[in-house]
Unconditional design. Structure first.
Length: 240
């Protein structure tokens, strides 16, 4: 789900490299015979690195963790915790980077995954929607990293950013893990169908988010009118 009027993320940011997918498959094959602890660590790291390096298909790895839950290999709660904590840590690392490194550094270098245009787009979203953008970040594939970076550049309240990022990651990962778990213990079925289920949910979530934004705008408009009316009455009373 991408805010109306926003530029679409680049092809590189939204599509996963086949080489990256193969690398992750190789890592999974290597880790499967190992102690479960290594699998939890891998799930944590993949969720964290996905935020720092968008081509990493962290959601696919999360779905794989759900598959291992379905087979009885891993704990549902521990997979959920590992992926959620990893997502939040990765998000907050970029938030802190944005606070420490000035805006011009990224604008001048115009990096592939932190392009000047995407940063300026995110700044407009924050100007229009505020912290709500952080809450919606997990449902905006391809531009999550830019959102976290700009949240830091904008020096938003860290406590609120952390809380909303945690809430967003918690909901997103719960959906992925539960979808993978419910699809059974066939990894090919999980990999092929989890994405479809998430896309359908993403559309529904986008509609709900759009409605919430509309309600928030209506509320702000009415509050502004009430303040204007109150100021007008105060002016009339002082004139008397």
């Amino acid at each position: 789900m991408i805010p109306a009027g926003a530029a679409r993320p680049s092809r590189d940011a939204t599509e996963r490299s086949p080489d990256m997918e193969q690398l992750l498959n190789d890592i999974i094959e290597f880790l499967l015979p190992k102690n479960d602890l290594f699998l939890y660590i891998f799930l944590f790291l993949s969720a964290m690195v996905e935020n720092l390096f968008p081509p990493v298909p962290g959601d696919t790895v999360t779905a794989f963790g759900a598959f291992l839950v379905g087979t009885g290999r891993l704990s549902y709660l521990l997979v959920y915790a590992a992926t959620t904590v990893g997502s939040v840590v990765g998000f907050m690392v970029l938030v802190l980077a944005g606070r420490v490194i000035n805006r011009e550094f990224f604008i001048k270098r115009d990096y592939s995954f932190f392009s000047a245009k995407s940063i300026m787009d995110a700044e407009r979203w924050f100007s229009k929607y505020g912290l709500f953008v952080v809450l919606a970040n997990r449902f905006m594939p391809g531009i999550r990293s830019v959102i976290s970076l700009v949240a830091g550049i904008s020096r938003l309240n860290l406590a609120w950013v952390f809380f909303l990022a945690t809430l967003s990651a918690s909901v997103w990962n719960l959906i992925w893990i539960h979808a993978g778990f419910m699809l059974g213990n066939n990894w090919e079925v999980v990999r092929e169908n989890a994405g479809r289920l998430i896309r359908q949910y993403n559309i529904a979530a986008g509609i709900v988010i759009a409605l919430l934004i509309a309600l928030a705008l209506v509320y702000r408009l009415r509050a502004s009118r009430r303040r204007g009316d109150a100021a007008g009455r105060a002016g009339e009373n002082s004139g008397e």
